[in-house]
Design a protein around this ligand. Structure first.
Ligand code: ZN
Length: 96
């Protein structure tokens, strides 16, 4: 009776180890794919009157709706309109 229990426990441990091995393998493959694509976080800044907009690299503390200074055209407030990630693909860019 006790040997049956030990066999069952052994099989259970083997199954858990096997599943862990698969999970580790899949997650390590995913990580290497993500690292290969170069990317930049961009903050898009827009005048509240809509006559001027610019983009710059994201700085720590940026958020949508943050006032970023005065518009060079009309003097109204410039606010951060969008924050997004830009991906750079080197292989397809040089083709025309
Ligand atoms: Zn403006």
């Amino acid at each position: 009776m006790s040997s049956d229990y030990l066999t069952l426990l052994f099989i259970a441990i083997m199954i858990v180890l096997f599943i862990q091995l698969i999970v580790n393998y899949v997650s390590s493959r995913k990580q290497s794919v993500e690292v290969d694509v170069p990317r930049k976080i961009i903050s898009k800044i827009r005048c509240v009157h809509g006559d001027y907009e610019t983009e710059r690299e994201y700085h720590e503390g940026d958020f949508v709706g943050k006032i970023e200074g005065a518009c060079p055209k009309c003097g109204a407030e410039l606010i951060i309109d969008t924050i997004y990630t830009k991906y750079f693909r080197q292989t397809t860019q040089s083709r025309k």
